[in-house]
Design a protein around this ligand. Sequence first.
Ligand SMILES: Cc1cc2nc3c(=O)[nH]c(=O)nc-3n(C[C@H](O)[C@H](O)[C@H](O)COP(=O)(O)O)c2cc1C
Length: 350
Amino acid sequence: MIEKLALPLLHMMDAEKAHTLTMAGLKSGLVTGKAPKHDQALAVSLFGRMFPNPVGLAAGFDKNGESADAMLGYEFGFVEIGTVTPKPQIGNPKPRVFRDKKSHSVINRMGFPNGGADDFEHNYTAFRKNGKNNTGIVGINVGKNKDQDDALSDYVDLVHRFGKQADYLTVNISSPNTPGLRDLQDPAELLPFLRQLVIVRNARCKTPLLVKLAPDLTEDQCKAIADCVMEAGIDGLILTNTTLARSDHLPEAFRNEMGGLSGPLLQDQSLNVIRSFYKHTKGELPIIGAGGINSAESAYAAIKAGASLVQLYTALVYHGPKLPRKINKGLVKLLKSDGYSSITEAIGKE
Ligand SMILES: Cc1cc2nc3c(=O)[nH]c(=O)nc-3n(C[C@H](O)[C@H](O)[C@H](O)COP(=O)(O)O)c2cc1C
């Protein structure tokens, strides 16, 4: 009920102010419930863990690791926090988040505003110690500071620092709002870069190391990157981040905002990238699908295209926190109607 009233009010506010207010509510602990029992058919065994359901919260919603406890209580099967950078930074000038209500899209050019690794570690440690849902699965998404020219050293720093604490680590090289970041996806740079990170991880722990990629990749780039990640020994992929592409149907003022677009208009692009990587890795590398997921049908489409798990962010803005629950219920029905007894049977069965 409260959510039903809150959503229209939040939509009347500037997008980032609405988010700050939402975070204050989540951080307060007042709305934090205990994660419910999940339907057994939705469980996914991956990375040595049992994910209670395949619907996760995507990175960027909680850059400082303050709301994992509350979000796990809203029936997310896992939560990814970050992107965290080693030093605190303020990000790009505001306004930097824009909504198009008609298409349910968001464009953001946040530029990784966050409190830095010390602050993040403090919040994360408190969650693991005191959280109601502190045994839930939480991934940590890492990035580089804007003023750092030696990208590798920031990633090495964070993989070393959070390797032992996270359930999985995501190397984010696909945000469009940090100059030069996406260049790390260039296969010539990518292989030595990832090899180095795998060495640092191996020396420290066995935590799965994932890489998050952009949707704006050609088929040839997908093939070359797939070869790199397999050769480097990466454990999984998150497909995808936001896109630089714009549909002609979007209102002109919105379309012309710089940054990454997310929401339903991103879905087809993300699905194509998931399909491509699933094919090039012969289904051997786990994929977490993200991009425009807002219903059981769209989550199921990503799973059938080859994703083992999915994540969402933008749909929360438009549908509120009951959405993961609704998607999980719908997935159970879709599985039944296809004659599957478990979600894992549907992976890649397009
Ligand atoms: C406001 C906003 C901030 C984001 N920040 C991050 C981030 O810090 N790190 C990251 O890896 N992805 C970030 N993302 C991308 C999402 O994690 C996700 O990959 C993308 O939005 C596609 O999913 P969606 O259509 O469900 O939103 C951000 C997305 C939005 C809308």
